[in-house]
Design a binder for this molecule. Structure first.
Ligand code: LAN
Length: 721
């Protein structure tokens, strides 16, 4: 069947709609052939992301690193959307699209024909040579990835024997069948009706009835875990199953190695394929599951003082919490997993005609990105703020923002940032256990509205940089910047470090309760050198702008943050990165922190050690290259090819350190310049990001942003005496 090719739509028919329903929103729509297409032309950014020709860009041959940076920005500016931000693909994880496909199907909604075609094409294009799919596009096949994506393909219209489906099914059977899918897969398949809830370890909504002072109460969990646990527990608590359709009945026969009716479900609860496991279920959780298993068997009788069964009270509580979440986020929810689960809950309780469902459906398109390989559900509803905040700082620090040619682009960025700042706390703040958001920036759009420590910090830094230029308006007032500082100050933990969305609310021992076998370090919000650096640098720069505001606290906070950075440097001089790959990424951030503290190569043993770590990893061609396996194993994993993004990170790191051997930086600059095409672009190389230790995620804007930044800064550094 080697000649089989998935169907494809006419890519010239797709338009990228930006900012239509809310600030920074991105969604793809398909126009049928005809007049509409002529009246509404495809933008360059849309063409670029679809791999279509965007026309030639004639650029002068770069004579210096700054010339190359300028060319890079000339190219990248073409991808700026009309609202000022840079719409970008945010793919990589392979467990998101199937969840959405199941959610759409059980809520009796469907994708358009063109969306289905492109969703299928994407999955086929990401199928690994081994025949299936892993947790993310860079990983070998697992049961989770392969079963979920097989099911998705079937529900998106693939026949059971069409194209490679037989082969994929063969692989599923070889890997043990869907009985050994990890817990999150068991839950999705149960919702669909292709697995039995009896085979899922308890996910009791009653946990939400526990008093908040308990050390393991769910409000203390990392926000992504609790916001997915809540709808999962509601679906478990109500044992929701979608309508039994011929498709579901067929899947029951396709994904198992034995007849569906003969499966002993309770014994499948902890049956998870070893190739899928990153964090094995801890014996404590396993014992807890046994106890809860007994509880599940008890008749759900009313409590003494109430006429309503406890289960019902717990379900109501979980439902209330997930409704708060929907309302707080304009129905985007925190992320793609909660998006799909919450939608099913709203359908289950209020039906398809409800206001809640209508609003949910109106925000499905925000998560769907059309790439040149097809359509996927992204890791978030975009990475708008994150990419833009770095680009803005890069433009200013390289001096490119001061060039006449770039003014319009710069003004667009500032306008976008101004409108993206969150000016209020969440509506259901206390009730929804949310951290404050007044003055913050979210990772994607203000509608999603989740404070992230480093997004707030980088957003603020970007604003300060842009508003510092002589030709820009100053829309973000000092008062609004102070709000942002208040938020940053509120996010520091007692040992000086910063977590991602909130304070660290619980003990790392909560990891004993991690029920998602495929991820590591997810139960609480840990402290990260990346987030800490962003926060402390923003505080420091702000204190120069407004030295009087909460001066002592700002100073103390920065000091403690530096101490935290010191405390997590590893023996070998590096720092471990949790959000980018990996040691190169975190070491860049940490060296920025140390530079702020006045520690450089000349005066600091720590910085020397960090530099010797980096230098030891430079490859023969002058570049750096690390694979995501560094994050998985916590040991440096050498890529067989240098990567422009990691090379740029290493250059920036060495510049922060004021590393004296400039030839090292020169070689690295050469490498980045040699990979630049004549129209100023860099090609996509390997994946750049990571989360939860085990799942890679792509940041395709980084090849522009960080290469431009590093080249521009290196230009100046290499000229200095
Ligand atoms: C992100 C993306 C951005 C990232 C940074 C800002 C880079 C980081 O410094 C802080 C954490 C944050 C905001 C982050 C957290 C986890 C996210 C949201 C993601 C990696 C994008 C996708 C991921 C999310 C958890 C995916 C859904 C999967 C689940 C396990 C629920």
């Amino acid at each position: 069947m080697a000649s089989w090719e998935p169907e494809k739509t006419d890519l010239t028919g797709w338009r990228l709609v930006v900012g239509e329903d809310s600030h920074g929103q991105q969604k793809w729509v398909y126009l049928p052939p005809g007049q509409a297409r002529d009246e509404w032309k495809q933008t360059k950014e849309a063409k670029y992301w679809l791999g279509l020709d965007i026309g030639a860009l004639e650029l002068p041959q770069p004579q210096s690193p700054l010339d190359a940076a300028r060319n890079g920005f000339k190219f990248y500016k073409q991808l700026q959307s009309h609202d000022g931000h840079f719409s970008t693909e945010y793919g990589g994880p392979l467990f998101l699209t199937p969840g959405l496909v199941i959610a759409m199907s059980v809520t009796k909604n469907s994708f358009t024909h063109e969306q289905k075609v492109e969703l299928r094409r994407y999955l086929f294009s990401k199928r690994r040579p081994e025949g299936g799919w892993g947790l993310h596009t860079a990983a070998p096949p697992t049961v989770y990835g392969t079963v979920m994506n097989y099911v998705a393909l079937r529900m998106l219209g693939m026949g059971p024997d069409e194209g490679p489906m037989v082969e994929i099914r063969g692989l599923i059977h070889k890997m043990g069948g869907a009985t050994c899918i990890p817990t999150w897969g068991k839950i999705w398949l149960s919702v669909l009706g292709a697995y039995d809830w009896e085979g899922v370890s308890p996910v009791p909504p009653e946990l939400w009835l526990l008093p908040d002072w308990l050390p393991f109460a769910p409000w203390r969990w990392w926000i992504h875990v609790r916001q997915t646990f809540t709808p999962m527990s509601y679906l478990y608590g109500t044992r929701f199953v979608g309508a039994m359709t011929p498709m579901v009945l067929a899947l029951r026969q396709e994904i198992y190695t034995q007849p569906y009716e003969s499966i002993d479900w309770p014994s499948q609860r902890h049956n998870v394929s070893p190739i899928d496991i990153y964090s094995p279920v801890h014996p404590i959780l396993s014992s807890l599951h046994s106890v809860l298993g007994i509880y599940e068997k008890l008749p759900h009788v009313p409590l003494l003082s109430s006429t309503v069964p406890l289960r019902q009270i717990a379900n109501d509580r979980a439902y209330q919490l997930l409704s708060y979440e929907d309302e707080n986020t304009g129905y985007q929810t925190l992320g793609p997993v909660s998006k799909a689960f919450n939608m099913v809950c709203r359908f289950a309780r209020e039906g398809n005609e409800s206001e809640a469902m209508k609003r949910h459906l109106s925000r499905v398109g925000d998560f769907l990105w059309l790439s040149q390989d097809g359509m996927m559900m992204m890791g978030t509803n975009g990475s708008q703020l994150w990419d833009l905040a770095f680009m803005a700082q890069a433009a200013v620090e390289t001096g490119l923002a001061g060039e006449d040619d770039n003014e319009a682009s710069v003004l667009g960025m500032l306008d976008w940032l101004d409108k993206a700042q969150l000016q209020h706390d969440p509506k259901w703040m206390k009730e929804g256990y949310r951290h404050r958001s007044k003055g913050a920036w979210a990772f994607s759009t203000p509608e999603q509205s989740y404070t992230v420590s480093d997004c707030t910090a980088e957003g603020l830094k970007a604003v300060m940089c842009l508003q510092g230029l002589d030709y820009t308006p100053k829309p973000v007032t000092l008062g609004r910047m102070r709000d942002s500082i208040d938020t940053l100050l509120s996010l520091q933990n007692s040992n000086g470090g910063y977590a991602s969305y909130e304070l660290m609310r619980g003990s790392p021992k909560l990891e004993w309760l991690n029920a998602a076998e495929v991820f590591g370090n997810i139960m609480v919000d840990y402290l990260y050198p990346e987030c800490t650096t962003s926060a402390l640098s923003a505080l420091k720069y702000f204190s120069k702008l407004d030295p009087s505001y909460r001066a002592r606290e700002v100073e103390q906070t920065v000091k403690k943050a530096i101490q935290y950075i010191h405390s997590v440097q590893r023996e070998d001089g590096s720092w471990y990165g949790s959000w980018g790959i990996c040691f190169t990424y975190a070491t860049m951030f940490a060296l920025e922190s140390l530079a702020i503290a006045g520690e450089t190569y000349d005066n600091s043993e720590r910085v020397k050690r960090a530099c010797s770590f980096l230098i030891g990893k430079q490859m023969e061609d002058g570049g750096w290259g690390e694979t995501y396996m560094s994050c998985v194993t916590e040991k440096y994993s050498q890529h067989d090819q240098s990567q422009v993004v990691q090379t740029a990170w290493a250059i920036l790191a060495l510049i922060y350190a004021q590393y004296p051997v400039k030839d090292v930086i020169r070689q690295a600059v050469q490498l980045i310049m040699s990979r630049q095409r004549t129209d100023g672009r860099w090609e996509q190389e390997d994946t750049e990001g990571i989360f939860n230790k085990n799942c890679a995620i792509d940041y395709p804007a980084f090849k522009f942003v960080f290469c431009i930044w590093a080249l521009g800064r290196a230009d100046r550094y290499l000229r200095e005496e």
